[in-house]
Each structure stands twice: as C-alpha cells, then as structure tokens.
Design a protein around this ligand. Sequence first.
Ligand code: NAP
Length: 319
Amino acid sequence: MHLLCKTVVLLTVVVAIRAEKNDLTRDLKVILPSGDKMSVIGFGTGGVRGIRGIENVTKILDDVLGAGYRLIDTAAAYENEEDIGKALKELLPKYNLTRKDIFVTSKLAASKEAFGENAYKALKQSFQRFGFDYIDLYLIHFPGYFPPPGPNTNFSTLRDETWKQLVKGQKEGLTRNLGVSNYNIRHLTELLNNDHGVKPAVNQVEWHPEYHQDELLEFCKKQGIALQAYFSLGGVENKTTLLEKPDVKHIATKLGKTPGQVLLRWAVQQNVLVIPKSRSRKHMEQNLDLNFEIPEYDMNILSNLKQPGKYIWNPDTII
Ligand SMILES: NC(=O)c1ccc[n+]([C@@H]2O[C@H](COP(=O)([O-])OP(=O)(O)OC[C@H]3O[C@@H](n4cnc5c(N)ncnc54)[C@H](OP(=O)(O)O)[C@@H]3O)[C@@H](O)[C@H]2O)c1
C-alpha cells in the first residue's frame, strides 16, 4: 500500500494517487498540461513482433481491456492504427466503456514522407486510420528519419517544421496532446527554445536498468514533461536477457514478485511511466499489479546494472 499513500509530483505533471483501500496501481494517472489524465501503466502494441491484423488485435485488446488497461500505445510505423480503432469500436461496449475512458497514443513515422511539412498530413492520416474523433497523444517518433537524406544531415529545421505542423493539427483537434519520443536533452532544449506555444507533454524513450539517462529524467521533471519508458522488460523479443538477470530474479524472489513486475515497478517508482507489451493475459495482469515498494538498496542494484546499454536506435547521433 505504500505507493498509494503518496502523492507523486512530476512538477507541473501531477500523479494523482488515491489512498483508498482497494485501489490498484492500474488506476494511477498523470495529469498532462492539457488537463487530460494519462495512465501510468499502458499497453504497448509495437516494438519487435508488433501486434497486427484485425483478428489478432481484437483478441489481444479484449484481454487488455479485460485486464484493466486504459492506455494503448501505437504508431504509424506499427501498421495497426486502423485495426486498433476497429477493435476498440467493437470492444468498448463489452466493457461498458466509451471513447473517453481510453487514452490512445500514436506516433509520426520516422520517414521522409511524414517529416517536416508533411507532418500535418501524416497526423491526419493516423487520425483517419484510427477512426475516432481524436487521438489522445501524438508523438514525433524519432528526432530524424530513415534513410537520412545525406551524411551528417542536420534535422534541426525539419524538426521545427514538423512540430509546427503538429501544433496546427492539435489546434484542429486531430490530437488532444503532443509529445516526442527518443528525444535527448539537446533535442528537447531546441524544441523548447523554438517555442511554438505548445510544449511536449510526454517524451517516450528507451528506459530500463541497462539503459537509463537520469539527467534526462531530471530535465523532463523540471520542464513538466512526463517521461514514458519503452523496453521496460528489455524488449525481450530483441533477444535481450534482462528478465533473466540474477539480480532481477533475486530481488523478485525476495519481494515475492515476478522479474517483470520488479522491472516495471523500478521505473514507476522513479515516476517513469511504462507501456509493457504482452500476449499473455497472466502477464498483462501482473504488469498492472505494481502495488509494492522496492527498497532503496535494491533500487540501487537495479539502477547500476547499466550493461550492455542501449538496445536500439540511438538518437544521440541525430543532429
Ligand atoms: N518509441 C519508440 O521508439 C519505441 C520503440 C520500441 C517500443 N516502443 C513501444 O514500447 C512497447 C514496449 O516495448 P516491447 O513490446 O518491444 O518490449 P517490452 O514490453 O519490454 O517486452 C515485451 C516482451 O516481454 C514479455 N513480457 C511481458 N510481460 C511479461 C512478464 N510479466 N513476465 C515475463 N515476460 C513478459 C512479452 O512476452 P509475453 O507475450 O509472453 O508476455 C514480450 O515478449 C512497444 O510495444 C511499443 O508500443 C516504442
């Protein structure tokens, strides 16, 4: 119950935690600058072996909603926005839910066709594929695109134009909130300095015991930007072994939890939001049940694993 007795503050982003007896961590929400509430624990549908195809998406989202998730993370690149929209239309009534009970994040593709002055059009396409009246949060997936137009491409001007285009889409109501993904402090500082009147609400980055940028978390807290982790479980389909690490397993055994719960709780305990993916109902439920505290000693052990480092695309190389 410890966590539930606290109110965690991400500066202007407030994590409202109710101290009522039967509350579970699944109910934790951050309040974004728009006033919208976003779940601390969401469900990821992309990454390696993303969840695709209408039958598959419907079957998995049925379990996702049944388990209690209310945030779904997708992206243009995952090629499942349309299927998620259709599946939600079918499934929401079954769970007595409406569109406003669900928070959907999507992302702008890291491609030439979506970047710069094409960004508004790309947002509109995501919006149309999804098929509801709005997207909750739209992120720039990466601070550059692939393949870059040339060696050492400076994406700075293009990034600025991309943000301006997305702000236009937000003003039209295509998305309620805007954010970024894979941005480092340099990219965020540039965006904040350019000041188009809308600050990013969220920065979604790779974040797990083997790769975490503590300065970035501090920076985001100061700016009121919620930091959201991907690969919290090691993105194990990438053939990583984070869930198998002896330290992770030992702490899990000691606390009577699973290694997956320990890895997710490690992030949440630092005010980092999480979006684990799973095809297993049992794992989905475990991943929502993070209502325990990792002692400081064990938090430090996890924070110091720091090897082998980043698993995928490194934004630090993007100028
Ligand atoms: N912004 C970006 O650039 C970016 C990049 C990558 C990913 N993402 C987002 O982040 C989400 C998460 O990343 P991810 O899906 O690649 O990796 P992940 O969530 O770290 O790992 C998913 C894997 O963990 C397993 N798993 C889940 N819960 C478990 C548990 N309790 N115990 C043991 N194993 C468990 C799953 O297998 P089972 O099916 O057997 O449970 C699955 O193989 C993605 O879905 C995507 O939405 C964003």
